[in-house]
Design a protein around this ligand. Structure first.
Ligand code: ADP
Ligand code: MG
Length: 745
C-alpha cells in the first residue's frame, strides 16, 4: 500500500474537523435566516391533541367526561368515544396526517407502532377519510413476534392495544410524513399484560387506593386520587456519526467493546457544566424543538461529567405521561442527531473508564381532590403540625417499602447495560439504600429515640421541631450523589435507573413497594387506633416503629466506598452485583406475593417478565460476544498482522542495507507476543460462545455462565486488543479511537 493513501479513519477525522454547525431550524422546518425565533410557548404541544385543544373542539359535556376520566385514571366512557374520534380525525387531517397508529410499549424497552391509513371507501367505492371510535379505542396489531416470555404460548396467540386517554394523542413527524399516534396499552385476550404500561397503570391504581385509605385515617377526606409524579433526568452521549458507523461494537451493541483509554479522560473535570460546543448546541436545540411540538416540557440542558456526555431534563409530570414522554425523548434524540451528523448513545456504559449514563428518576406522590388538598405534594413538608405529621407518615411508608423490597427494586434496573454502571465508582451501587439528609436523619432518629410514655405525641412532635418543619430546600440537603435513592427536599431521586431503560418497569415496582409500605402503616395505625383515641398518639407510635424497622436502609455516607459493602452486608441489605442474580429477585416468594396480592402482575405475568428479561440479558451478551469475536478476527488481528509484517520488512531492509542496530526485530517480537495473547484469549471467547449456544434452553445456567466466564473472557480479549492499539501504527488502526470519538476537533 503506498504510504500516501490516508487510512479511512484519518479521512474521516479530516472531514469532521472541517464541519460547521448545522443551523438550528424553526419548528416548521425553515432555517433561522433572519434571526427571528419563535417563543416556545407559541408552538408548545402543537403536535398533540391535549386538554387545551380538546376544550376548544369538544362539546362541553363530552370534554368534562373525558377530563374526568383522565383526572381520575378511569376508562373512557364509550358513549363519548365517537365524538372524540371525530374531533381527533379532523384535527389530524387538517395537519396533513394520513395514517394513524396505536403507539405502545412492548417488553423490548422501546415503543411499537403499526400504521393504518385513514383512507377507506364508501358504498360507491369513492375514497374518503375515516376514523371510527373503535379504531381510536382498540386495535389488533399482529403482535405475535413481541417478547411475551411464554405468556402467549400458553394462552391466546393474539393481543390487542387499547387507548390510554391519560396520555394525549400526538403527531409523529418522520421524514416529512405525519402519523397520528394513540398512546395505548397492549394486552392479551384474557386481559394479560403484554406490555410495560399495563402493570404500571395497575400499580398507580394500587398506590392510589392505599394512599387514600391512609389519608382518610389521618382525617384527610375528599381525596379522589393519589398520583405519582416523575421528572426523569436523561443522560446521553453525542458523538460524530461517522465514527459510530466505523465501530461495529457501537452499531451492534451500543457500547465499545475495545478501545484503549485516551491520555485525557474526565480527570480535568472541565466538561461538567462547561460551554456546550456549537455543533452540539444546534443539535440539542433541535431535539428540544421537536419535543416541544410534542408537548414534552424539557427545561434543563447541560454538559455532564464525561467528555461528550450531556443531560436533558423535563419539568416533572404525572408518571404515565412522564414515561411516555421519556420514550419520545430517547427516540427524538436518536432521530434528530442524525440530521446533524451526530449519533446519540443512550447505552449505560458506551465507553470504559469514563462515566456512564443513568436516568435519575425524580419521583413523588400528589393528590387529586375536590378540596384544598388538590395538587398537594405528599413528600413536601408543610406549614402546620398536621401537614408535617402526614409528611412523616408518607416518608415512613416509602422507607418501609424500599427497605422491604430492595431486592425487587434492584431487579427493576437489572439489564446488561446497567451492569457496567452499578457498582463501578461513578454510579450508585447495586446495594439499594436511601439517603435522607442531615435534617431528616436527625428528626427520624429523634422520633425513634423518643420515649412516648413520658409525654404526649403533640409535645414530642413540638420538641422534635415537627410542628414547624422548615422547607427542606434542595440546597439544604447535602447532595449525596452516591446514593441510589435520595430524598431531595420534596421528592425522592431514584438514581440507579439505566439511561436506555423504559422507566415503566422500575416505577411499577417502586409504586408496588410503596403501596405495600402504605398498607403496612395503615394496618398498624388501625390497630393502634383501637387502643387510643388520639390520632397523633397512634401515628407517632406507628411511625416510630416503622422508622425503627427501616433503619438499616438509611445510609448517609459514601456509597462508593468499599467499607459500605461490608457495612451493608452487616445490615442485611442485599448486594446483587450481576444481572441474573438481580433478576432472580423478581420471582422470589416475597416479590410474587407482593405483586399478585396487589394485582399488579399475576403469577404468570411475573414469570413472563422474568423470562423476557433473562432472555434479553443472554441475547445482549451473545451479541457482544459475537461482535467482539468478529472485530478481533476481521479488524484487530489483520491490523496487527500488517504492522508485524511492516516491521519484518523494515528489519529485512535494514539488514540488507548492512545496518547494525535493528530494533525492528524486538518490536516485531513484542507485537508477535501480543498477537499470540490476543489469539489465545479470542479462542477462549469462541469457547464461551459455543458453550452458550448449547445451553440456550437453560436460561438460568446460561445467564450465570455468561455473567461470569463470558464477561471475564470479554474483558481478557479487550485487554489484549487495547495493548495492541497502543503499539500498532496509528494509520493502520481501523477503529476510531477514544480520543477521536470523545474529543471532537
Ligand atoms: P438536579 O440535577 O439538581 O437533581 P434537575 O433540576 O436537573 O435537578 O432535575 C430535577 C428534576 O426533578 C426535574 O425534572 C424536576 O422537574 C423534577 N421534580 C421536581 N419536583 C418534583 C416532584 N414533586 N416530583 C417529581 N419530580 C420532580
Ligand atoms: Mg440534574
Amino acid at each position: 500500500m503506498p504510504p500516501s493513501v490516508a487510512s479511512p479513519r484519518r479521512a474521516i477525522l479530516q472531514e469532521i474537523a472541517g464541519r460547521t454547525a448545522r443551523p438550528s431550524t424553526t419548528p416548521n422546518g425553515s432555517a433561522h435566516t433572519n434571526g427571528a425565533h419563535l417563543p416556545t410557548s407559541s408552538y408548545f404541544g402543537c403536535n398533540t391533541f391535549g386538554a387545551r385543544q380538546m376544550r376548544d373542539k369538544l362539546p362541553a359535556h363530552v370534554y368534562q367526561k373525558l377530563v374526568a376520566s383522565v383526572r381520575l385514571g378511569k376508562k373512557l366512557d364509550l358513549e363519548i368515544a365517537p365524538v372524540v374520534a371525530q374531533v381527533i380525525k379532523e384535527w389530524a387531517i387538517s395537519r396533513g396526517v394520513t395514517h394513524f397508529t396505536h403507539w405502545f410499549q412492548p417488553q423490548t424497552g422501546l415503543t411499537a407502532e403499526k400504521h393504518d391509513a385513514f383512507l377507506s371507501f364508501d358504498e360507491n367505492q369513492h375514497p374518503m377519510e375515516s376514523f371510527s371510535a373503535s379504531q381510536l379505542i382498540q386495535s389488533e396489531p399482529d403482535a405475535s413476534s413481541f417478547p411475551s416470555g411464554g405468556l402467549r404460548a400458553t394462552w391466546e396467540a393474539r393481543g390487542y392495544t387499547a387507548w390510554n386517554p391519560a396520555s394525549p394523542v400526538f403527531i409523529h413527524e418522520v421524514g416529512g410524513v405525519r402519523t397520528l399516534c394513540i398512546p395505548s396499552v397492549f394486552i392479551g385476550y384474557n386481559g394479560e399484560a403484554l406490555d410495560e404500561m399495563t402493570p404500571m397503570l395497575r400499580s398507580s391504581d394500587m398506590l392510589s387506593q392505599r394512599a387514600i385509605e391512609l389519608l382518610e385515617l389521618l382525617g384527610d377526606k375528599g381525596v379522589q386520587r393519589v398520583f405519582t409524579t416523575l421528572g426523569p433526568e436523561q443522560e446521553y452521549f453525542l458523538i460524530d456519526r461517522n465514527y459510530f458507523a466505523m465501530r461495529p461494537d457501537l452499531v451492534m451493541a451500543g457500547r465499545t467493546l475495545v478501545g484503549a483509554p485516551p491520555p485525557r479522560g474526565q480527570q480535568l473535570e472541565d466538561h461538567y457544566f462547561g460551554g456546550i460546543p456549537e455543533r452540539i448546541q444546534a443539535c440539542i436545540a433541535e431535539i428540544e424543538q421537536e419535543l416541544y411540538k410534542l408537548g414534552v416540557p424539557i427545561v434543563t440542558r447541560h454538559n455532564e461529567v464525561a467528555p461528550s456526555q450531556f443531560e436533558m431534563a423535563p419539568h416533572f409530570e404525572e408518571t404515565d405521561l412522564g414515561v411516555d414522554h421519556n420514550q419520545m425523548v430517547m427516540a427524538t434524540m436518536r432521530r434528530v442527531a442524525l440530521r446533524h451528523g451526530l449519533q446519540a448513545l443512550l447505552h449505560e456504559k458506551p465507553f470504559a473508564g469514563i462515566n456512564g449514563s443513568g436516568k435519575h428518576c425524580n419521583w413523588s406522590m400528589s393528590i387529586t381532590a375536590d378540596n384544598e388538598l388538590d395538587g398537594l405534594n405528599l413528600l413536601k413538608p408543610g406549614k402546620t403540625p398536621h401537614q408535617n405529621v402526614r409528611f412523616l407518615v408518607f416518608l415512613a411508608a416509602v422507607l418501609r417499602g424500599v427497605h422491604k423490597h430492595s431486592g425487587l427494586l434492584r431487579a427493576g434496573i437489572a439489564t446488561s447495560g446497567n451492569e457496567h454502571r452499578l457498582g463501578a465508582n461513578e454510579a450508585p451501587p447495586a446495594i439499594i439504600s436511601v439517603f435522607m439528609g442531615d435534617m431528616l436523619t436527625k428528626l427520624i432518629d429523634g422520633i425513634i429515640a423518643g420515649k412516648e410514655a413520658s409525654r404526649g405525641a403533640e409535645q414530642q412532635l413540638i420538641k422534635l421541631g415537627v410542628a414547624k418543619l422548615p422547607d427542606i430546600e434542595k440546597d439544604n440537603t447535602d447532595r449525596n450523589r452516591t446514593s441510589p435513592f435520595a430524598f431531595t427536599g420534596n421528592k425522592f431521586e431514584f438514581r440507579a435507573v439505566g439511561s436506555s431503560q423504559s422507566i415503566a418497569f422500575p416505577v411499577t415496582l417502586l409504586n408496588a413497594a410503596v403501596a405495600d409500605g402504605l398498607a403496612d402503616i395503615t394496618e398498624a395505625l388501625k390497630a393502634e387506633l383501637k387502643k387510643t383515641k388520639s390520632v397523633d398518639d397512634a401515628v407517632l407510635k406507628v411511625v416510630k416503629e416503622s422508622f425503627k424497622e427501616s433503619t438499616p436502609v438509611r445510609f448517609e455516607g459514601n456509597n462508593y466506598a468499599e467499607e459500605w459493602v461490608t457495612e451493608a452486608e452487616k445490615r442485611g441489605l442485599p448486594n446483587y452485583r450481576r444481572t441474573p442474580e438481580a433478576l432472580a429477585q423478581l420471582v422470589t416468594k416475597q416479590s410474587r406475593s407482593l405483586l399478585t396480592k396487589l394485582g399488579v402482575l399475576t403469577k404468570e405475568e411475573l414469570e413472563s417478565r422474568y423470562h423476557v428479561r433473562m432472555e434479553r440479558y443472554i441475547k445482549d451478551m451473545l451479541i457482544e460476544l459475537y461482535t467482539l469475536q468478529q472485530m478481533v478476527d476481521t479488524m484487530v488481528l489483520p491490523a496487527a498482522f500488517t504492522y508485524a509484517g511492516q516491521l519484518a520488512t523494515s528489519a529485512a531492509q535494514a539488514k540488507a542495507a548492512g545496518i547494525k542496530s535493528i530494533p525492528q526485530i524486538d518490536a516485531a517480537n513484542e507485537v508477535g507476543e501480543l498477537i499470540e495473547e490476543l489469539r489465545s484469549e479470542r479462542d477462549k471467547l469462541a469457547e464461551v460462545i459455543e458453550k452458550a449456544e448449547h445451553m440456550h434452553g437453560d436460561l438460568d445456567k446460561c445467564a450465570k455462565m455468561l455473567t461470569s466466564t463470558g464477561a471475564d473472557a470479554m474483558a481478557a480479549v479487550r485487554a489484549a486488543c487495547d495493548k495492541l492499539e497502543l503499539v500498532v501504527a496509528d494509520e493502520l488502526w481501523p477503529l476510531p479511537k477514544y480520543r477521536e470519538m470523545l474529543f471532537p476537533v
